[in-house]
Design a protein. Sequence first.
Length: 169
Amino acid sequence: MKKFFILLLKPFSFLPALLVMYMIFSFSSQTGAQSGNLSYKISHEVIVTADKILNKHMSEERIAYYTDKIHTPVRKLAHMSEYFVLAVCVSLPLYVYGLRGILLILFAGIISVGFACTDEFHQSFVAGRGPSKRDVMIDSIGAFAGIILVQFLCWNALRRSRSKNRRRG
């Protein structure tokens, strides 16, 4: 009976990946102005928070200057982070299903980078947005970092588990 429930519930392990894909798709559905405003607000909040923490008492002009400076890097970091999370959410269930090593990297990479490509294509239909090969590359870096992290953490956990079992035996 336990094996039946595991077999029944295993496919639900992909649910977080599907939710992250939906989130990414939703962000990509925003117009260029909406997306730019959201990332600008986040950039502004980063500068305001840093100003408070560092106790610099910057003027609004100075805050706006630094906000403009970090706006593009914040946008690109958001791309990378989204696909890092997606890759982790894709890699973990694949690992549970038994994919390891190069096969995990290959399958999770194809899913994550493939989604990045289709997402950029989707943006070509959104007002003020367009596809970008550069964004796909940035997304891919985040995805492969997530895949490598899962591969390393799971390998390390299995290695420790096996060494504990050897000591007991």
